[in-house]
Design a protein around this ligand. Sequence first.
Ligand code: AMO
Length: 427
Amino acid sequence: MERTLLNQMAENDGKKILVEGRVLNTRNLSNVSFVILQDRAATIQCVFEKETGVKPGEAVSIVGTVKKEPRSKYGYEIQGETLEVVSKLVEDLPFDMTKNELNLNLDTLLDHRPVSLRHPKVQAIFRLYDILLKSYEMVMREEGFTEIKTPKLLGSATEGGANFFKVKYFEQEATLAQSPQFYKQIMVGVFERVFEIGSVFRAEPHYTTRHVNEYIGIDGEMGFIKDFRDVTEMLGRVMRKMFAAIATEGKQYLDLYGVTLMDVPEKIPHFKLAEIKELIKKEYGHVVPPTTDIDPKGELFAGQYAKEKFNSDFVFITHYPWSDRPFYTMPDPENPAETLGFDLLYKGMEIASGGQRIHEYAQLIENMGKKGVKPAGMEAYLNVFKYAMPPHGGWGLGSERIIQQILGLGSIKEAVLFPRDVKRLAP
Ligand code: AMO
């Protein structure tokens, strides 16, 4: 008998079918027993006249007849005839997986990742993540962007600072990519509009709920822009279409977390950094410490301000100071102490950085000089600016932060399959 998937019950009503999957839970009453079965497509209850002896977690193959069952939340059930365990548990599962909530502390959840990922509520995070990646690709292609994959083993750092990993590369020392920044800019000179979904490595030794040391960046870069507003407008449109797709396709996963996604507004509010700092000071009494451009608490208040005054979960903060932005960021011609660099905040957390880039060779070299950035190792990148680069700009989104914020997860690590942090290199 061919295998039938569990989302094909309606078309098989009354028929005898073969189904396969993992047992989520079992329940034995005096004259009947239930097996909740999950496969890649859905979940269903199978009813047997006697105890099956199967344990939650085991992989099984069941033959039975499909029956409408309005009392069941699945609408149908399978009247089981035979059950074969195709793969047994050799050891008991490390924790109870049969409850709706796992309720584990973060370390236990991550230490036992291969098992905890099987829990329906944990699975839902990565089902939603899958939809996010797919919709980003779809939307970017619709907007005329070409997908690229760029190297992650580099000869030099791309973002400056000291937060890069060094690795031994035969007889040389290489750096793990802190971003696809140089390559996506180079590729604007080729394809005009490009996007990438790829690994990003950051040697940031801090313990926060929003940082991991390896994450998946979703980048975009576009040429022939008038100014940075073209970039924020494009990013806004991309987010709007992406969130609409996630809300529809991901509804069953959002429901598990009790989340209803709000539409991304046609016009996301924009504030200059200096301006929003004043506003949150006036409105909420929060003063951003002078050691940072904006602190996480300041971001929360900026998000709250956008929500209260504009009913928007999103807000662009623009014109970050020249001193805080990487050397490739275009200084504001009207005020060179500021840049045409921006962040996008979602529910009070930075989910993207971006900006207009310097596209003229002389200005780029001058800016690097002022910032003390050495050109050694960046020749191929820098040379491209001798060969007529159009005005351009783009963004880098943190994919896991988007999922974290959508579902309200306590830590970004819950949105990473196998997270890497200061202490964690396994599983
Ligand atoms: P930036 O360094 O701000 O910008 O990174 C872009 C976005 O990536 C996410 N992010 C992280 N997510 C998880 N863990 C981390 N350690 C981490 N660091 C950053 C954030 C952030 O907004 N080249 C520029 C982008 C550009 O200008 O196009 C860059 O990398 O969501």
